[in-house]
Design a protein. Structure first.
Length: 129
């Protein structure tokens, strides 16, 4: 994705400013969609969010997917952060940090009743992202 947006935020009650870089929007669905990519280890089928300029990613969670209903039913926005651990401070973590692929660590938080995904990407490992 060539058009990246950097957002600076200061969480309520925090003195620290966090840099967030938009990555994608994940939209849960129960329908099939074009360009399905099965991720058996994660128990989800996704579309490629890099194939469009807005980072739209369709997601169909498998019946036995071990994620909160909020994540499986409500769209989420995903941001890349420099340091995941510090970005999680003060937030309600609903999916703890995990590595869905080499060089990528993700976690989900709940903000105002909506899921938000935070990603830390090691570019020395992931030159493709």
């Amino acid at each position: 994705m060539t058009n990246c947006h950097l957002i600076l935020v200061r969480p309520c009650g925090s003195r620290k400013e966090a840099k967030l870089k938009y990555n994608h929007i994940g939209i849960p669905t129960t329908d099939r969609f074009v360009g399905e990519i099965d991720l058996p280890r994660l128990k989800v089928t996704v579309s490629d969010h890099t194939n469009n300029p807005f980072g739209i990613q369709w997601q169909r969670y498998w019946d036995d997917a071990p994620y909160p209903e909020l994540v499986k039913t409500v769209p989420h926005v995903a941001f890349e952060v420099e340091e995941l651990a510090s970005a999680l401070e003060g937030h309600k973590v609903i999916i703890p940090p995990n590595s869905p692929s080499p060089g990528v660590i993700v976690a989900f938080i709940e903000v105002n009743g909506a899921p938000v995904e935070l990603l830390q990407i090691d570019r020395s490992i992931r030159h493709d992202l």
